[in-house]
Ligand binder design. Structure first.
Ligand code: FES
Length: 118
């Protein structure tokens, strides 16, 4: 039996969906002001016909909570921070569709340096 071939996604978007419990001193990416960013991302991808070539995935903490809300786009280790719906729309247009990362929304280098050595 031969199975149909399934192409790989071109991009993965890992959106941090961690919400801290009330009273937790550490900030988290999801709060009452940011809880719909994942749905906004998924709807934008759907409206542009990008579901499939782009796979949006809800993740837990990506370790950069102070700079949240964050999302990581692979390939390329592009970590975007302090997201809003407007920033996500621009990232989809310019990075996903245009192939050019939106440099001004990327995590500053002091928080997102070179990959750690094994
Ligand atoms: S809670 Fe999102 S990076 Fe930690």
């Amino acid at each position: 039996m031969s199975l149909p071939s399934v192409p790989q996604p071109t991009f993965y978007i890992f959106k941090c969906e961690q919400a801290s419990p009330p009273g937790m001193p550490k900030p988290s990416c999801v709060n009452e002001n940011t809880r719909d960013l994942f749905n906004h991302t998924a709807q934008s991808l759907m409206q542009k016909g990008l579901m499939g070539p782009v796979q949006a995935i809800r993740t837990s903490c990506l370790g950069r909570c102070q700079m949240g809300p964050v999302m990581l786009i692979e390939p390329g280790h592009h970590m975007y921070c302090q997201l809003s719906k407007e920033k996500i729309d621009k990232i989809i247009e310019e990075h996903i569709l245009g192939g050019n990362p939106v440099v001004e929304y990327l995590m500053p280098e002091q928080y997102w340096g070179e990959p750690a050595k094994l």
